[in-house]
Design a protein around this ligand. Structure first.
Ligand code: ADP
Length: 187
């Protein structure tokens, strides 16, 4: 089963994705973590993407598409995965759709974590004090929210046509939200 967790930055995709992946015994693929790992290790890709990342812009598809393909092709993801942080652009969505279709698979569920913008800003600003992520500065947070609305939110309509989008209220305790997801997925 392939499940996509979609939501604005700060909506809790990482937290809920981790809980869901552990419960279903599926790998979680997180492009943000892969990108942060490349930057931390100082790989050529890491150096190339840093300025986009730090400003809160999307890393170009020329880099991310290859990353997604490699991850989906891993044997661990043969029967399913939790997708966290991608697809984020139309080209990424096409790649995911095409790669799965070639294997006779498809995205089964899209979970859309619904959180108000005020709450998103509050969470990211708070996280900035704890984790010090370079893209949690006020300017980068503003950019990330704009990029989400412009590039990623349109994917909701794309998937809604297939009837696989479930809206999950993203406010409440972590447990309440994961219970809501459990009811939607049925396990
Ligand atoms: P958040 O959803 O809170 O912004 P992520 O870790 O998913 O956190 O993303 C952080 C940053 O990593 C993004 O602003 C972007 O620069 C980069 N990034 C992550 N995933 C992608 C992706 N699929 N395509 C392009 N850039 C990405």
């Amino acid at each position: 089963m392939f499940i996509l967790i979609l939501g604005a930055p700060g909506s809790g995709k990482g937290t809920q994705g981790k809980i869901l992946a552990e419960r279903l015994g599926l790998p979680k693929i997180t492009t943000g973590d892969l990108i942060r790992g490349a930057m931390r290790d100082g790989t050529p890709i890491g150096l190339e993407v840093k300025k986009y990342y730090d400003e809160g812009k999307l890393v170009p598809d020329s880099v991310v598409l290859g990353m997604i393909k490699d991850e989906l092709d891993r044997p661990e993801a043969k029967d399913g995965a939790i997708l966290d942080g991608f697809p984020r652009t139309a080209a990424q969505a096409e790649l995911v759709d095409r790669t799965l279709a070639q294997r006779g698979q498809r995205l089964n569920h899209i979970l859309l974590l619904d959180v108000t913008e005020d709450e998103l800003v509050r969470r990211m600003s708070q996280r900035a004090q704890v984790e010090g992520r370079p893209d949690d500065t006020p300017d980068a947070i503003r950019t990330r929210l704009q990029v989400y609305q412009r590039d990623t939110a349109p994917l909701i309509a794309h998937y809604a046509q297939r009837g696989i989008v479930h809206r999950v209220p993203g406010t409440g305790s972590v447990d309440q939200i994961s219970e809501a997801i459990k009811r939607i997925i049925g396990r």
